[in-house]
Design a protein around this ligand. Sequence first.
Ligand code: ZN
Length: 156
Amino acid sequence: MQITKHKVASIHYTLTDNDGKILDSSVGREPLTYIQGIGNLIPGMENGLEGKSKGDKFNIKVSPEEGYGVKDEALTQNVPRSGFGNQDIKVGMQFQTEQGGVVTVSKVGLSDITVDANHPLAGVELNFDVEVLEIRGATEEELAHGHVHGPGGHHH
Ligand code: ZN
């Protein structure tokens, strides 16, 4: 069986940036279980997994366009330091916005703090080391819900 549209695949992955820094990994945790072809994963991952078989080990290189998007400079803004009260603000700190989004501090100035609402992985080329563990067909109920049920998925 191969990974094609509407198949459920379980994979282990390790995500690194181009400097080899590990950004995320499922190794040592539950494998990632998802439905192929319905947008559960970023497009670059789905494209790289298409047609693969159980036991396959390979690397997927994902461009920002097929990953978490390119950086949009319009999503950065300067906020007066006073807006943060007496907190000690450092680059890399994250804050929840009133709209429910997340911003990351990208620059700390004397009077202004620059915050960035881009996804933290926007503009980053991603390297996934992948191993395919299991492949099965999705049930009608899983397809109707748009997510996997049972091990590695939703329990309801
Ligand atoms: Zn469900």
